[in-house]
Write a protein that binds this ligand. Structure first.
Ligand code: BEZ
Length: 255
């Protein structure tokens, strides 16, 4: 089995590449922002704020918003928008009872230490504060993960690099929230097929480069084989690719 160098296992973010291949992520956030229902003057923490596009929208709604992210490139992009954006790992949040709400869009699946994340969110909230988030739920990108695992097995790769994410089922996440003192108001899995305007290759290289990089000079071959396996499931007759996203959306209140 190939063993990847620890440095190459980590997801590296580039704000430019994200803007090209994944702008749809913040564009599709209207539903979760509706659940957040931000009020003018509220102090809100945006966990995993990325390049700050959505954080800036919250600020335009009159919110006193703080964004945090564990990518220096994203934080630089968010600060360039004039946001209060801080370099901080979502698995080690360092706030104490200062927010009316904690918000997160399309970020928590990158934080597998979910217990530490929820604990930090609970600590960041004032009494009766709310937590509203959307991220990958159980079954998210299942076809993509399965294709990568098949190629990984074929080439003797490290299969854990095919699925580094946290995609919980609703009941599992509800139990975790309750354990940290939250009452769940609503929670739902939402199928969300997403048309990939720049195709599947851009998506795979943006989100799973470490999986392919482990194959060294065979990386291109592994990528081509993954795309071949995915074509019947995710590519239509006109050559349009659709990613099999499933979201988990939740609203909970600290009780
Ligand atoms: C998502 O936003 O659901 C997602 C992003 C990257 C990898 C997998 C899922």
């Amino acid at each position: 089995m190939a063993v990847a160098n620890p440095d190459t296992r980590r997801q590296q973010w580039s704000a430019g590449s994200y803007n090209t291949h994944a702008r749809f992520v913040s564009d599709l956030a209207a539903g979760v922002v509706e659940w957040l229902a931000p009020k003018q003057g509220e102090r809100i923490l945006d966990v995993g704020c990325g390049d700050g596009v959505l954080t800036a929208e919250l600020r335009e709604m009159g919110v006193d918003v703080v964004g945090v992210d564990a990518s220096a490139d994203f934080i630089a992009a968010a600060q360039a928008r004039g946001l209060d954006a801080r370099f901080m790992d979502g698995e080690a949040l360092d706030f104490n009872r200062e927010f009316d709400a904690v918000f997160s869009n399309a970020a928590l699946h990158w934080m597998p230490k979910a217990d530490a994340v929820v604990s930090g969110i609970a600590r960041a909230l004032r009494a009766n504060g709310r937590f509203v988030a959307e991220f990958g739920g159980h079954g998210n990108v299942a076809a993509i993960v399965t294709a990568m695992r098949a190629v990984g097995e074929r080439h003797g790769g490290d299969l854990s690099l095919a699925n580094p994410w946290y995609f919980p089922a609703p009941q599992v996440y509800q139990t975790l929230l309750e354990h940290h003192g939250f009452s769940v108001r609503r929670i739902a899995l939402i199928p969300r097929p997403v048309v990939l305007k720049t195709g599947i290759e851009g998506w795979l290289m943006l989100f799973r480069k470490p999986f392919f990089a482990q194959f060294g000079e065979d990386a291109e071959q592994a990528l081509a084989e993954t795309i071949d396996l995915l074509r019947p499931a995710l590519c239509d007759a006109d050559g349009n690719w659709t990613a099999d996203y499933v979201r988990l959306r939740v609203e909970a209140v600290l009780s």
